[in-house]
Design a binder for this molecule. Structure first.
Ligand code: FAD
Ligand code: N01
Length: 533
């Protein structure tokens, strides 16, 4: 199929997404190569090596399902797998299926331009200072929703004399905090996972918190061999069941509404969920995501837990979130709140005492200098659009993607964007992506995109492009679905609110599992909403 192109498909990124793409494309006999900026595969799990990094979707679910032998033979050790274990899993998949030869590491894609004459893409890459151009009929952005580190411009940042680490760019050799005074800025999932472990090592830890977060205990531990045997005896049904749940994960659903039951029953159910731990807390009742009053009961339950765990009432008060629960991504922790009972940990609420400047020896907040030897930025990511916006992507008539998305991303199904023929996004904005168990969502996109390309090849179709009307209707639908839920009610990265100047648009699509049916229907109807030429 490659005609005069170097490749049928150029894939950008070699995390779970890029690896799934390569596997599926190769199954369909397509020539593909993945370009990866990092020196290894794994994406998220290659970059995020901070202490305590692990997934909060259970290991048996946070894995590929394209090969039954793979899912039968791979042994996960814990309920929630650690970063090193997930990284070795992705490395194993690459090796097992012989995909390494098609992955070009240490190679950053700097530009991708659509060429009207060839009806394909020119991909510009940079490796060790060398520039190369590759041509491909199709280009797939598997660049990740959470891969572009957000490093706020704190005044005086360059004057600080010690090391500054970002959780999403953690040194491979690890960091020894023994005897050090450490600052952690940020209390999202990365901060909440790393703070308890850094506190165990450091001489003193000062946490700078902007918005307090809700966190549910993980109760992590070794996987029960009996449970593993049971799942593996019928992995297919386990996957099929999870695929029908609202987040594509096996959180136990509850059709009962919090609004329908009395306080005693609500407390009983919340307590039950708290004891199980994990993200399933948010499905304790069927209306926590779209009924504010019901949501408030769950929020108050967690605040009461914080009151009970944290011994200093002033610290407990600072740690209590005032937002609705789940409007920011829920966190899952091991001993997070209890860490504030340690003598060597202090909390600065930067809402009351804003960070004014870094100095050579510390951080000044609210007029007080906190002396520290090193700083950990757990400040998150330019999510969903950050990685693609760092590539100079130009579509038909040289239209820059950044210009088209200047008021927020516009896609059809989160898979393609009008004006950008033959360009696909894996878990792009407008798809369930970060509101789902991401590995199955990634695989669904990888299969759909590969099927689509194979379909075009069979019919000798040169280009596929999203139709304007389909895109407009999809963007409107994504917004309509989000509006009555709790999601848009607070400043989250779902809305781009964590990055100064970023347009405020709710980016993921709340539509699992019907979204998958919609994608299948689009394909069945000859790629309805796309123009094939
Ligand atoms: P990534 O893993 O981000 O991979 C994208 C790759 O593209 C990166 O390696 C990057 O280097 C590369 N890239 C980007 N731009 C370029 C470029 N211009 N040129 C070349 N290469 C480029 N999701 C869950 O469902 N459950 C979890 O429990 C969970 N835990 C998480 C924990 C952490 C710490 C983080 C940060 C995210 C977590 N996620 C979780 C989300 C996670 O990102 C996804 O589950 C999944 O790993 C994403 O895979 P990906 O391949 O789409 O993106
Ligand atoms: O990033 P975040 P993250 N001054 O954006 C604060 C996944 N993940 O890396 O909330 C001071 O959530 C910011 O404050 P605020 C998961 O999807 C999963 O922790 O914007 N503070 C916030 O407290 C997750 O949601 C796991 O007010 C500033 C923090 O930094 C996503 O990745 C583990 C600031 C950033 O939190 C991102 O998580 C890790 C500033 N200028 C990640 N700028 C699992 O457990 C930002 N902050 C599976």
């Amino acid at each position: 199929m490659a005609e005069n192109f170097d490749l049928d498909v150029a894939v950008v990124g070699a995390g779970f997404g890029g690896v799934a793409m390569l596997y599926q494309l190769r199954e369909r006999g397509l020539r593909a190569r993945a370009f990866e900026a990092g020196s290894g595969v794994g994406g998220t799990w290659f970059w995020n090596r901070y202490p305590g990094a692990r997934c909060d979707i259970e290991s048996l679910e946070y894995s590929y399902q394209f090969s039954d032998e793979l899912q039968q033979e791979w042994e996960w050790s814990e309920r929630y797998a650690t970063q090193p274990e997930i990284l070795s899993y992705v490395e194993h998949v690459v090796e097992r299926f012989g995909l390494g030869g098609d992955i070009q590491l240490n190679t950053r894609v700097t530009a991708a331009h659509y060429d009207e004459a060839t009806r394909g893409w020119r991909i510009e890459t940079e490796r060790d200072g060398d520039h190369e151009t590759t041509t491909a009929r199709f280009c797939v952005m598997a660049t990740g929703c959470l891969s572009s580190a957000n490093e706020p411009d704190f005044p005086g940042k360059e004057t600080f004399s010690g090391p500054v680490y970002h959780t999403g760019r953690w040194p491979h050799e690890g960091v020894d905090f023994t005897g050090k005074r450490v600052a952690v800025i940020g209390t999202g999932s990365s901060g909440i996972q790393s703070i308890p472990l850094i506190a165990e090592q450091a001489r003193h830890l000062t946490v700078f918190q902007r918005t307090p977060n809700y966190s549910i205990p993980a109760y992590n531990g070794p996987l029960d061999p009996e449970h593993v045997r049971e799942v593996k005896s019928d992995y297919e049904s386990f996957r099929a069941y999870n695929a029908q749940q609202p987040f594509g994960a096996g959180f136990p659903p509850n059709e009962v509404l919090a609004a329908e039951v009395d306080e005693t029953e609500r407390e009983r159910v919340y307590e039950e969920r708290w004891k199980v731990g994990g993200l399933g807390f948010i499905t304790a009742f069927g209306d926590l995501i779209d009924d504010e009053a019901s949501n408030a009961t769950a929020a108050e339950f967690v605040r009461n837990k914080i009151r009970a765990i944290v011994t200093d009432p002033e610290t407990a008060e600072k740690l209590m979130p005032k937002t609705l629960i789940g409007c920011k991504r829920l966190c899952v922790d091991t001993d997070y709140y209890a860490t504030y009972n340690r003598d060597n940990v202090s909390l600065v609420s930067v809402l009351e005492e804003p960070i004014e400047t870094f100095t050579p020896t510390g951080i000044v907040a609210g007029g007080v200098e906190h002396p520290v030897d090193c700083i950990v930025l757990a400040t998150g990511f330019d999510a969903m659009t950050g990685a693609v916006s760092r590539i100079d992507i130009r579509g038909r008539d040289g239209l820059p993607l950044g210009e088209k998305w200047s008021a927020g991303p516009r896609t059809y199904l989160g898979i393609g964007s009008e004006g950008f023929p033959n360009l696909f996004l894996v878990t792009g904005p407008g798809s369930p992506s970060v509101l789902s168990n991401m590995v199955p969502s990634i695989e669904q996109h990888a299969r759909w995109i590969s099927d689509c390309i194979a379909h075009l090849r069979e019919r000798k179709v040169d280009t596929i492009e999203v139709e304007r009307e389909a895109e407009d209707a999809w963007v409107e639908h994504v917004n309509e679905v989000a509006a009555p839920t709790v999601y848009p009610s607070c400043n989250s990265w779902y809305l781009g609110a964590n990055v100064p100047g970023k347009p405020r648009v709710f980016m993921p699509y709340i539509g699992f599992p019907t979204y998958v049916e919609k994608c299948d229907e689009v394909a069945r109807n000859g790629y309805e909403g796309f123009e094939l030429r």
